[in-house]
Write a protein that binds this ligand. Sequence first.
Ligand SMILES: Nc1ncnc2c1ncn2[C@@H]1O[C@H](COP(=O)(O)OP(=O)(O)O)[C@@H](O)[C@H]1O
Ligand SMILES: N[C@@H](CC(=O)OP(=O)(O)O)C(=O)O
Length: 422
Amino acid sequence: MHSLPTLKVFKFGGASVKDAPAIRNLAAIVHLHQSQGPLLIVVSAMGKTTNALEDIFQRAYTGKPYAEALQALEDYHLQTAQELVEPTHQEAQPVLNELFAQLRQQLSTLIPAQYDQQYDQIVSFGELLATRLVAHTLAAQWLDCRSLLRTDSTWREARVDWATTEQQLQASLPPLLAQGLVITQGFLGGTADGRTTTLGREGSDYTAAILAYCLGAESVTIWKDVAGLLNADPKFFADTVRYPEISYQETIEMAYYGASVIHPKTIKPLAVRGIPLLVKSFLYPTAEGTRVHDCQHGLLAPAYIRKADQCLISFESKDLAFISEENLEVIFGTLAQVRLKIHVMQNSAISFSVCTDFSAYRLEQLLSLLRDQFTVHYNTELVLYTIKNYTSDSLERLTAGRTLLLEQRTRQTFQMVCREEA
Ligand SMILES: Nc1ncnc2c1ncn2[C@@H]1O[C@H](COP(=O)(O)OP(=O)(O)O)[C@@H](O)[C@H]1O
Ligand SMILES: N[C@@H](CC(=O)OP(=O)(O)O)C(=O)O
């Protein structure tokens, strides 16, 4: 493999490009590091743009009005461009106008019955817009990663074609990086026939890891609004502690259980090639942060992980038959078919329960496929909590005053499903 051993990959997420001051702060961080070797910058959509695009898409797909929401999104981008100093504004405005014209055109010609595919074509505009703005601000090269990051057509959660992606990136990136900074989009990929795919919500961290893996980079840094990888989300827990260093394995488990600071697919490619992941604060860019790498450490402080918007679905066989391997095969097959992922499962004699993300659309599909065979009950607006490396104190802290709908524990990990706090 032709690696770029001094290449650093920086990933800036929605919070770090949410407005003009944030983009200026990004530029300051980049300027600090620019002279230290080649730099590849991965950028997500601005602020909550992906949520806004999801909403606009949903409205357009179901025939509801969306013009106002689309105008607000356009104003948000143009206003941000305007607040950035010249020549960013002059240069970026026609590009943003052109992208919004394309978006309007695509929204008005959505193809029915291709929900997930159409979703990717629309929601991907967030990253296209943000990267244009950042590239103009930094006067840097803009790379459309959809032509290089090859995926299959598993819409909304595309799988990477590693061999093709590696070969294409290795052929294209070194000459570009030799000329200076390169800005590209997180979250997006492209099929062999040129259609846009997305890698799953919050997938830009994963993009950074894919690029680093394929180019044999020195490190990946993800710039966040927190001090590093903490033992809990500070938005929901007081007294969090930062892990100064942590192993790939611990991190992969935390991300898998739902620590949303790192996309769960990010770690594996980095671990395979021994590339460290640095989680750093864009608010305090010179502070230490967290180094995720191949390291040994003692027992870590218990990690509390909160996964909101969960749904607990239980299936009972209609004839009081026991839950058998045959029944489970049907249930698993149907969950896979409607693309609902199981986060926790439990069975009793005649009932089988799974905790999944809530999606009204996918739940309705599931019910229509299984209603004849099973009695299906479900509860929504639930939270799945996990404690890794739990202690009796941490269990007490989390469970006090809560009614649990489901509980499970192994030697290191405790999980419970309960109602969303009011
Ligand atoms: N264990 C954790 N450590 C640090 N932050 C966490 C953790 N779990 C969840 N978070 C949340 O992750 C957020 C940062 O991730 P995210 O919002 O995805 O960043 P971005 O979209 O800007 O890349 C933090 O603001 C914090 O609320
Ligand atoms: N913009 C996409 C991809 C992403 O990774 O975003 P962020 O880096 O802001 O989590 C999303 O919101 O899902």
